[in-house]
Write a protein that binds this ligand. Structure first.
Ligand code: HEM
Length: 183
């Protein structure tokens, strides 16, 4: 993944646990460098190993670490030079969901090795939609839940998220049911 993701993990740890914790986590993950180039591509195993080392350090399960990080990512990426891209498709939570593929496509122009996820939105009723999440990677569904909560907080909306289908031998992608609580 691009270094920007690992940098997000780094600042997340620095903000919450400090620099000694970050050193310990990098050592545990077998990562030599303490900082990453945001616009360079790194092997995915670095990111997964960092998450594993954070689990060891905090005693949290991987799904909880990923979920909290997903929420944090919205603030982190929102404050980056790409932040304005998140709002291009509209002000509302659902408009921004529908614009996620276009947004990652625009990021691809600056990060040519990006392997972005892909999302599809099915509006099933006024207050409920299904979100289909496609990725070449495995195990990141909890991060999507955190991302969704972060996005909703940013647009000032309240949501409930439930994973209704996990990626498995019988489904090539994850599906989430999202309820908009203020409709
Ligand atoms: C300005 C905002 C954003 C930026 C700059 C950004 C950028 C990135 C980058 C650099 C990656 C790593 C992929 C790679 O290196 O191959 C990534 C992955 C990912 N992004 Fe975004 N992103 C943003 C917002 C979002 C939002 C709002 C969502 C969903 C609600 C999202 C969902 C994901 C997911 C799930 C992944 C993991 C990769 C995968 O599933 O294979 N991103 N993004």
């Amino acid at each position: 993944m691009y270094g920007m993701v690992n940098e997000g993990i780094r600042t997340f740890i620095l903000d919450n646990h400090g620099s000694e914790a970050w050193r310990t986590i990098c050592a545990k993950a077998g990562v030599d460098e303490l900082e990453f180039e945001r616009m360079s591509s790194y092997d995915d195993t670095i990111t997964y190993n960092l998450v594993g080392a954070i689990c060891d350090y905090t005693g949290l399960a991987a799904r909880d670490v990923l979920c909290v990080f997903g929420k944090y990512w919205i603030e982190f990426a929102g404050a980056s030079t790409f932040g304005t891209l998140m709002r291009l498709s509209g002000e509302s939570f659902v408009d921004q969901l529908k614009g996620l593929d276009d947004m990652h496509d625009r990021i691809l122009l600056s990060m040519p090795h990006l392997k972005p996820p892909s999302f599809e939105v099915d509006q099933v009723s006024k207050d409920t939609c299904l979100l289909h999440y496609y990725s070449d990677r495995d195990g990141l569904a909890p991060m999507v839940e955190g991302l969704l909560h972060g996005l909703a907080a940013k647009t000032g909306e309240r949501i409930e998220v439930r994973q209704v289908t996990p990626k498995s031998d019988t489904s090539d992608h994850d599906v989430f049911e999202i309820r908009l609580l203020d409709r």
